[in-house]
Design a protein around this ligand. Sequence first.
Ligand SMILES: [Zn+2]
Length: 152
Amino acid sequence: MGSIEALFSAAAKARLSAYAPYSGFSVGAALRTVSGAIFSGANVENAAYPIGTCAEAAAIAAMVAAGQRRIAEILIIGEGDALVTPCGACRQRMREFAGEDAKIYIAGITGVRATFTLGVLLPAAFGPSMTKADQLEREHGGGPASAPVRRR
Ligand SMILES: [Zn+2]
């Protein structure tokens, strides 16, 4: 299975499990880390609307929980005529773990419709390189995106 096909399959499967009783708008996302692992997520709505979470956020959380930190590419799938591009908050969430060259595939039910880079979707981004944590990384190793996972 090719690179994009595997991501599409994982995102489409996750989308089927989305919890979207309020909007009826199910979204799935799947990302591939630089190590080749794939993590997926779906949107999770809530009766208290603002605390609902996006599919991309769920996929990123699954990646972090598995001890991985670097996104190579991500695919988002949703229905409708308009491209289901990531919301502003998710673009920033991706920036924490992905460089501006990371590919972002926007898919509909039948396949990929458009491809962007993170740099195009979030130009002049604020990111880890501007923080004190990144200075510590350069001086001592470690840091936000490359931080080792503590194991007990
Ligand atoms: Zn979002």
